[in-house]
Design a protein around this ligand. Structure first.
Ligand SMILES: [Zn+2]
Length: 197
């Protein structure tokens, strides 16, 4: 059993090259895969064995059409990550690492915005927080999109719940570079460890 895990936040096509494409997104996906390779070096290439020792949890924005966060419904963002669309799918380079019980969906209710993956639930209704507790996780590595919104909210909630949070900086994408840098400083000041490579 392991005491560390990786949380991949919203590495979904709409945030990579779709309606809400973020800066550094394609590079961030490559860096996320490289990070997984480094954390699992020396293991066989079989994804199931890798997941036994280094669980990888995926958080996915997963909206119904007409979600309250969309500009068409009076919200802030263009339509994105609608359930069942390509835009809401995890990038293909990361898909081999996905397991249904370790995939958590958020923003599923039409009238509720959720930035934090911490409250996201898998198909069986278990939250990310519950699963991390069940696995006896202590150190949680986080990467994903976007630094200033869902990554930030997820890190702060993980920290509040008592996990040691490590943010994998090269594997982040963001809406705005200044906002990204300010968020890294804010999270570091609140006790999140920033991993630079
Ligand atoms: Zn969303």
């Amino acid at each position: 059993m392991t005491d560390s895990a990786l949380v991949v936040v919203d590495m979904l096509y709409d945030f990579i090259d779709g309606s809400l494409a973020c800066l550094n997104s394609k590079n961030a996906v490559r860096e996320a895969v490289a990070f997984i390779d480094r954390m699992t070096a020396g293991q066989s290439g079989d994804e199931n064995e890798i997941l036994d020792t280094f669980p990888i949890l995926f958080v996915c924005d997963h909206h119904p059409a007409g979600h309250c966060s969309f500009t068409s419904s009076g919200g802030t963002w263009p339509s994105h990550c609608v359930a069942g669309t390509h835009g809401g799918a995890v990038h293909e380079m990361l898909q081999p690492y996905m397991k249904e019980e370790l995939t958590f969906y958020k923003g599923c209710d039409i009238d509720r915005e959720q930035y934090s993956g911490f409250e996201g639930a898998n198909r069986a209704g278990q939250t990310l927080g519950e699963i991390l507790e069940l696995m006896d996780t202590k150190d949680v590595y986080v990467c994903g999109i976007a630094t200033e919104f869902c990554v930030r909210a997820t890190c702060l909630d993980l920290q509040k719940a008592g996990f040691s949070v490590h943010l994998v900086a090269p594997a982040l994408a963001y809406v705005d570079e200044a906002g990204h840098n300010a968020t890294l400083r804010e999270l570091e000041a609140s006790g999140v460890r920033i991993v630079h490579k």
